[in-house]
Design a protein around this ligand. Structure first.
Ligand SMILES: NC(=O)c1ccc[n+]([C@@H]2O[C@H](COP(=O)([O-])OP(=O)(O)OC[C@H]3O[C@@H](n4cnc5c(N)ncnc54)[C@H](O)[C@@H]3O)[C@@H](O)[C@H]2O)c1
Length: 430
């Protein structure tokens, strides 16, 4: 991507493309782009940076038009592409990076098209659903010297940052086991996601937040994945669409000791549940316990006729809260938005943060950031692929399969009770 070398004196520009204008666009990307439009971004390494959203792609284009009307001058003028070749049209436009927020099983094709067209990418979690897809994207990004990143905003949650700090500083020593749960209301699975939910499960969609948190915070080597789930509410009880699921991952650490983690997820919790979205973790160490409850950070608010539907009872004001600032401004801020700004700063650093002759160095150092680089997502994608394979076999009448990672038969290997031969899901080492 031939961009000018930085001089800190005049505003620079990185043009953004957005694929998918659904719930997550509205919660995090929209406020990010609106703030960047109003205030720009500054960093002494690349100066003042404008980040106009210049193109969007979606299935029908209707949400783009609605957004154009409602946003007015809060956002720069943008082109809206819709229909079957909307992504191809978007990546052929003059954007510098592409944000991908389509349903989970439609990330890969959009990401590949963007990289082939020479654009940096950031993908909503889970990055992709298989290790072979991950290989293709990381190799492509490496060859083209482009950033390929994934959004795991929970790693930027101050509570999770504190957990990782205590682990890294060895205040908390050796995790033995733990559990995480994330429960979403029925309105999510029955309304917003109805178009694409057939054949999907809430584990891939949200357990992946915690798979990554565990992988990134504690390190170690993923060894085993088991899972089960329930059906009958979102779809038929013998169909491929899951109401809730429970997975277990076993890790081994350099010491040879193991840890087990259970992750429970659902998208059929009653809509009037006070938490609306309920998130809880507990990790037990040799010398301590970490209990986290993201919706019980101290606030409980009831408003007649509004909570918990249009206003949450136990609100998370850290993720992307809307505020009246003490100085009179209205704002929307939080770690869900901060994570996107960080990515844009990383792209700006690579492209505009110094001499062109040193771009390779800047590129490699940015690629080494394991919290968001696709290259560091291998164990997380392995866990997701294992989960999906186990649920798929259960749907086909073969319950209780186990997936092992890096054993004698291959990188990701599925064992079915009673079957003599294992099924290799991915041959190379994970
Ligand atoms: N980080 C988080 O906490 C978080 C929260 C919600 C969703 N997500 C992730 O974001 C992604 C999108 O989820 P959502 O909740 O916004 O979904 P959504 O159903 O609300 O929106 C999906 C959007 O993708 C568009 N789309 C679908 N297929 C397309 C295609 N082939 N070409 C172009 N556009 C297409 C739709 O038009 C729609 O605008 C998912 O990967 C999800 O896992 C992340």
């Amino acid at each position: 991507m031939p961009l000018e070398v930085a001089s800190n004196s005049k505003p620079r520009q990185l043009r953004a493309g957005m694929v998918g204008l659904g719930m997550i666009f509205d919660e995090t990307y929209r406020p990010f782009f609106e703030r960047a439009h109003a205030e720009s971004i500054y960093d002494k390494r690349f100066g003042v940076l404008d980040v106009p959203l210049t193109a969007v792609a979606s299935r029908t284009g209707s949400r783009a038009e609605k957004y154009r009307q409602s946003a007015g001058d809060k956002i720069s003028p943008f082109v809206s592409f819709s229909g079957d070749d909307s992504i191809q049209q978007l990546v052929a436009s003059d954007v510098d990076f592409v944000c991908i927020a389509t349903p989970d099983n439609r990330h890969f094709s959009a990401a590949k098209a963007a990289l082939l067209a020479g654009k940096h990418i950031i993908i909503e979690k889970p990055s992709v659903l298989s290790l072979s897809e991950l290989d293709e994207l990381t190799q492509l990004a490496g060859r083209k010297k482009l950033l390929a990143k994934v959004v795991y905003h929970k790693l930027l949650d101050p509570d999770h940052k504190k957990l990782r700090t205590l682990v890294s500083d060895q205040v908390l020593s050796h995790v033995n086991n733990g559990y995480c749960s994330l429960l979403e209301p029925k309105s999510i699975s029955g309304g917003q996601f109805a178009e694409w939910i057939t054949g999907r499960n809430p584990g891939t969609y949200v357990a992946v937040h915690y798979i990554k948190l565990i992988d990134f915070t504690f390190g170690g080597r993923l060894k085993t994945i088991t899972a089960t789930g329930q059906r009958g509410l979102v779809g038929p009880q013998d169909g491929p669409t899951w109401d809730s699921c429970q997975m277990r991952m076993i890790y081994e650490y350099a010491s040879g000791r193991e840890a087990a983690f259970d992750i429970h997820t659902s998208w059929v919790t009653p809509d009037n549940f006070p938490g609306y979205v309920e998130q809880e973790v507990q990790f037990r160490f040799d010398n301590g316990i970490w209990n986290g409850h993201s919706r019980k950070r101290g606030v409980e608010c009831t408003v007649e006729g509004r909570t918990p539907f249009t206003l949450k009872t136990t609100m998370n004001n850290h993720y992307n809260g809307t505020f009246l600032e003490p100085w009179g401004e209205r704002s929307q801020r939080g770690y869900g938005i901060e994570v996107l700004e960080r990515f844009v700063r990383e792209v700006a650093f690579v492209e505009l943060g110094g001499a062109a002759s040193e771009r390779e160095h800047r590129f490699q150092s940015t690629r080494n950031l394991t919290y968001n680089d696709l290259g560091a997502d291998r164990q997380t994608v392995a866990a997701v692929q294992g989960l999906e394979a186990i649920l798929d076999r259960q749907y086909r009448g073969q319950p209780d399969c186990v997936v092992r990672v890096n054993d004698a038969a291959g990188g990701l290997v599925l064992y079915r009770p009673g079957a003599a031969e294992p099924e290799v899901l991915y041959g190379p080492a994970v």
